[in-house]
Design a protein around this ligand. Structure first.
Ligand code: CA
Length: 229
C-alpha cells in the first residue's frame, strides 16, 4: 500500500474528490472535516503527508500547522490548500513550516505532482542529534533552542536555517544552497529572503548575547565557525 495521507478539508465534495483521486493513485487516505479533528489525527496517526485546508471551522489551517510543528510533528510534510491567493497565507504558511501550498482552484495533476515532490524531499529529514555552539543548544527532535538557560523563540524557518548552518559548520553555505535546503526546491519568492532571515537570527542571538555566530563571507554566503566561544 502507498503512503498514508491525511486530508483536512471541510468542503465535503472537494475532500471526497481528493480522496478518490489519491486512492486511485495508490495512496491510503484518511479525512478530517475540521481543524481540531485534523490536528488530533495528525498528532496521533502515522501519516506520510497532510493536505491541509487553511479556511477550516474550529481551528484554522495555519493554527493546526503551528500546533503540529510545536507538538511533535516538526518533520511531517504539510501542503496547505488555500482558497485565497493571499500573500499573507502563503508567507505565514511557509514561515510556519508548510512544505508547500496550493491555491484553489487547482488541477489534480498539480496536487499529485506536489505530493510526489513533498514525499521525495521528505521535509527537513529525520531528527538529528542536538547541535551545540558555545552556549547555544539546538535540539531538532524537540524543536527547542536554548542560549545558556534562556529559551530562544525561533520561527520554523529561522530554526531550520540555524540548524542547516550548524550542521554544516566551517563550510560556507551559499544563498542558493540555503534557499534550497530551508525554503525548498521551487521557492518562488524574494531571493533576499536568506539575508532577511540571517538578520532575524542575528537580532535574536548575536545582538542579545554579544556573540558573533553567523559570519558573512562576502560574495559567497554565510558560515558558522568552530565550536563557539
Ligand atoms: Ca475550507
Amino acid at each position: 500500500m502507498g503512503a498514508r495521507i491525511l486530508i483536512v478539508e471541510d468542503e465535503a465534495r472537494l475532500a471526497r474528490f481528493l480522496e478518490l483521486e489519491l486512492v486511485h493513485e495508490g495512496y491510503a487516505v484518511d479525512k478530517a472535516a475540521d481543524g481540531r479533528a485534523g490536528l488530533d489525527m495528525a498528532l496521533t496517526g502515522e501519516y506520510a503527508l497532510v493536505l491541509l485546508d487553511v479556511m477550516l471551522p474550529g481551528l484554522n489551517g495555519l493554527e493546526v500547522l503551528r500546533r503540529l510543528r510545536a507538538g511533535g510533528r516538526a518533520h511531517l510534510p504539510v501542503i496547505l490548500l488555500t482558497a485565497r491567493d493571499s500573500v499573507m497565507d502563503k508567507v505565514s504558511g511557509l514561515d510556519m513550516g508548510a512544505n508547500d501550498y496550493i491555491t484553489k482552484p487547482f488541477s489534480i495533476e498539480e496536487v499529485l505532482a506536489r505530493i510526489r515532490a513533498a514525499l521525495r524531499s521528505g521535509g527537513p529529514g529525520p531528527a538529528s542529534a542536538v547541535l551545540r555552539w558555545g552556549e547555544l543548544c539546538l535540539d531538532p527532535a524537540r524543536h527547542t533552542a536554548l542560549y545558556g538557560s534562556a529559551p530562544l523563540t525561533l520561527t520554523y524557518k529561522e530554526f531550520l536555517l540555524l540548524q542547516t548552518l550548524l550542521e554544516n559548520r566551517d563550510i560556507v553555505q551559499t544563498r542558493d544552497m540555503l534557499l534550497e535546503k530551508v525554503w525548498g526546491y521551487d521557492y518562488a519568492g524574494e531571493t533576499n529572503v536568506v539575508d532577511v532571515y540571517i538578520r532575524y537570527l542575528r537580532q535574536k542571538i548575536d545582538s542579545v548575547f554579544g556573540v558573533k555566530l553567523i559570519h558573512t563571507v562576502r560574495g559567497m554566503g554565510y558560515v558558522i565557525k568552530g565550536e563557539g566561544p
